[in-house]
Design a protein around this ligand. Structure first.
Ligand code: GLA
Length: 413
């Protein structure tokens, strides 16, 4: 609720509501989302919170505890890509994309707080988009409900405002709107995984998302209950999706699909099919995508096997092996790993992890490592020592607990 405190300090008064949207980890399926493939992310306990209130003027006023500069003012009328830069482009882009999709956007004051490390590859940007999207759509609903109220003899209680003012934009659509904000307003060509994870996840589950049909299913995933630990290791190498490498990988995948004469790399079903590509770089990119898609399905099969078919330790050992295979594929075929990630994976495996891999877009950010709970201390120690030996900034460790998706934390005023 530090966002509500920030709201009071910066804007005075009480916010109409406080909304939370989590960051995400991705268990399997990297660089598969924009290839129409499969991903298996889950929402984290760490999140962005937004305390917001409607205001009469057609303006957004945004402030953030993590960006202590003056509040940013954004005029809603005539808002267009290119007008807002820096962190405020994400919430501004959401307002723009909501209006473009035909949803009303009220003027609002929004105070943002986050316990997600920025640039750690944990989707702090998507969390910021999703928290803003929930806040703006619910504030718009409140405004509509109040207008209705003014035209009736009902009291506020009879209208049951907090319930009737709930979110009415379907979450899948909201995810697409938030992604459009990132793609077209901010200018980052990312896929749909991060926003879907933040808006559609369930606690104790990973979210299987088919990025072609957009079908989802919840896959039970509770490593702690099976005596396993899932650690996120922030390598402190900053990652930035707008640096061009991400867009280049995406373009290479599209080119590979074009040369193969298929709508997207999702249409590949066996690694042998990539041999039809003469270009060795495109062949490696395509091989990563087809093998990582298969690894998503393999992890889902392991997690969904009837109890008793495999012991829980076997399941997690097998998932660990797939994680490490995915890392090798991202490092050697997709070429998006970075030295700190490779050293982290190596140290974690040597210290008894079931498996580990770099996570997210690459070139910086975090590693996901799976291990027996009893080895967690040893793994932390080994990775910290590996960083110290190379005189790198010490890594940061976060527990990755599959958590609930975005939601309102308070009743609406
Ligand atoms: C970033 C993007 C996602 C996805 C991953 C790589 O997190 O935002 O859409 O492409 O990289 O899997």
């Amino acid at each position: 609720m530090r966002a509500a405190e920030l709201f009071r300090a910066r804007f005075g008064g009480t916010p109409d509501g406080v909304w939370l949207a989590p960051g995400r980890a991705n268990l399997m399926g990297e660089h598969t989302d924009y290839n129409d493939g499969y991903v298996l992310p889950f929402a984290l306990g760490q999140a962005v919170t937004a305390a917001a209130a409607r205001r009469a003027e057609r303006q957004l006023t945004l402030c953030s505890r993590q960006e202590p500069a003056a509040a940013v003012q954004i005029a809603l009328d005539g808002l267009a890509p290119g007008q807002v830069t820096g962190w405020a482009a994400y919430p501004a882009g959401v307002a723009w994309a909501l209006e473009a999709a035909g949803y009303p956007v009220p003027g609002a004051c929004i105070a943002i707080d986050s316990d997600l490390p920025a640039g750690a590859g944990l989707s702090s940007s998507a969390a910021l988009e999703c928290a803003t999207a929930l806040a703006l759509t619910e504030l718009a609903q409140t405004e509509l409900a109040l207008t209705e109220l003014a035209q009736t003899e009902l009291t506020l209680t009879e209208l049951a405002l907090p319930q009737s003012a709930g979110l009415t934009v379907p979450r899948r659509e909201l995810a697409a709107i938030a992604r459009r904000a990132e793609n077209e307003f901010v200018g980052v060509p990312s896929g749909i995984m991060d926003q879907s994870a933040s808006l559609l996840s369930q606690a104790g589950h990973a979210l299987l998302l088919d990025c072609r049909s957009l079908d989802t299913s919840q896959v039970p995933f509770a490593p702690a209950a099976a005596g396993a630990s899932l650690l996120l290791i922030n390598t402190r190498a900053k990652h930035d999706l707008s640096d061009g490498e991400y867009g280049q990988r995406r373009a290479e995948c599209e080119e590979a699909a074009r040369r193969l004469g298929i709508p997207s790399l999702r249409s590949l079903t066996t690694p042998a099919e990539v041999d039809r590509l003469a270009d060795p770089v495109l062949r490696r990119r395509a091989r990563h995508v087809v093998t990582d898609n298969q690894r998503v399905l393999d992890v889902v099969a392991l997690l969904s096997a009837p109890a008793g078919q495999h012991g829980p330790v076997d399941v997690y050992r097998d998932i660990g092996r797939l994680l490490t295979e995915s890392h090798a594929s991202l490092r050697d075929d997709f070429e998006v790993s970075w030295p700190e990630a490779d050293a982290t994976v190596e140290a974690a495996l040597a210290a008894g992890a079931f498996g580990a891999r770099m996570m997210g877009g690459g070139f910086g950010g975090s590693v996901l490592a799976l291990m027996p709970a009893a080895s967690a201390g040893r793994v932390r120690h080994a990775v910290t020592a590996a960083f110290a030996r190379r005189a790198w900034t010490a890594p940061e460790f976060l527990d990755a607990v599959p958590s609930q998706s975005a939601r309102r934390l308070t009743s609406l005023v």
